[in-house]
Write a protein that binds this ligand. Structure first.
Ligand SMILES: C[S@@+](CC[C@H](N)C(=O)[O-])C[C@H]1O[C@@H](n2cnc3c(N)ncnc32)[C@H](O)[C@@H]1O
Length: 290
């Protein structure tokens, strides 16, 4: 791969997925894209770049998807799911008692372990939620991971990562070497392809947003932009859960940390500076007055 190829790919990835690669990540590109080049019968990455420059949308999508990191596991980090059971849901059950509806968004759900972990927590609260309308929306940039998430089929290795054995027995069916999430849990999760760089206001407003271990790959301006738009789709008394290495602190004050609940935030009511409100790539001229 030549230095101009690398620069082309860095810019393309930043524009299409937000991935912020430093100047020394050639090895990462090579390890992820050489298999793709071979699959496309191309000798190397330079030829892949030529295809993209020639306007091949399909290759571009495959390159962007191949460069995403989809690492996930059931009940990842445990603590956010404890917060969900102990803080978030009790507060929401009380606050929405008359409306009896809850909307939860898993904003980078990858292969489904995170949204299904939430769905299993909700199932465990069935008695308290009787008569409630509960929506869990799982979105991701990558169609490939969404397909796996929809199917809800996992290997023995995957179900051994984070999933308590009682939950495996209760909520999964074994088929040979594989395990599938039971149909009633799968039916609780809606799936949709969504790029966080693009406008997501059409999804409506949520009580709880899990946006974990994705912003870590983005540069600071992109994080700020996304936080500010997430605040607009979070109920004023709603919640945002971030990954263990992510925070809003020092970036924006549209969310404030929830006391003594690491990784959990609530909208502060502060308005974001208008310059950061548009989704990335939307020309300011096209937005009219903000
Ligand atoms: C490391 S996984 C995190 C999965 C899960 N949230 C967790 O914490 O275990 C990151 C996910 O973010 C998705 N992703 C990357 N860039 C994205 C973007 N611009 N918009 C939406 N999803 C994106 C990737 O496809 C990947 O599935």
């Amino acid at each position: 791969m030549t230095p101009p190829d690398y620069e082309y790919l860095r810019k393309l990835l930043r524009d299409h997925s937000g991935l912020d690669l430093s100047a020394d990540k050639q090895y990462l590109i090579e390890s992820r894209l050489l298999p793709l080049a071979r699959k496309a019968d191309l000798p190397g990455i330079s030829e892949l770049v030529q295809k993209m420059k020639g306007g091949s949308a399909s290759i571009t999508t495959q390159v962007v998807e191949a460069m995403t990191t989809n690492e996930t596991l059931f009940f990842r980090d445990k603590v956010p799911f404890d917060h969900f059971r102990v803080s978030i849901m009790p507060e929401i059950l009380q606050a929405r008692a008359s409306r009896k509806s809850i909307r939860i968004w898993c904003a980078a759900g990858s292969t489904g372990q995170e949204p299904y972990s939430l769905a299993m927590c909700l199932k465990e609260m069935s008695a308290a939620l009787a008569g409630w309308r509960v929506e869990v929306l799982a979105t991701d940039l990558s169609q490939e991971v969404l397909e796996k998430s929809r199917a809800g089929i996992y290997s023995q290795f995957e179900v051994q990562r984070g999933l308590p054995i009682q939950m495996l027995v209760k909520y999964f069916k074994q088929s040979g070497e594989l395990w599938q999430v039971n149909a009633d849990i799968r039916a609780m999760v809606q799936h949709r392809q969504l790029n966080l760089l693009h406008d997501f206001s059409q999804l409506g407003v949520f009580d709880v947003i899990f946006c974990r271990n994705v912003l870590i790959y983005f540069d600071q301006d992109t994080k700020i932009n996304i936080f500010n738009r997430l605040a607009k789709v979070t109920e004023p008394d709603g919640f945002l859960a971030l990954g263990a290495a992510e925070t809003v602190v020092g970036l924006t004050d549209v969310f404030r940390p929830y006391p003594e609940r690491r990784g959990l935030y609530r909208p502060s009511g502060a308005r974001a500076a208008p310059a950061w409100m548009p989704a990335i790539g939307v020309p300011r001229a096209a937005l009219g007055a903000l």
